[in-house]
Design a protein around this ligand. Structure first.
Ligand code: ZN
Length: 56
């Protein structure tokens, strides 16, 4: 199931990429990119509030 709208604010998301295991929750639903070596995965990032998530 893919959602392209932010579940926090309902804003539109843009496609982004990140490393699968390089995200770490830093609160407020945000993800912090850390130095990881995981596989590159597609993720979505809200243009409005900056919330990032991986569509599942
Ligand atoms: Zn948002």
């Amino acid at each position: 199931m893919k959602k392209k709208t932010c579940r926090k604010c309902g804003g539109k998301a843009k496609k982004s990429k990140g490393f699968g295991n390089s995200y770490e929750k830093i609160g407020l639903g945000r993800l912090k990119v850390t130095h990881g070596t995981g596989p590159l995965v597609k993720c979505l990032k809200c243009r409005k509030c900056g919330h990032s998530w991986i569509p599942a």
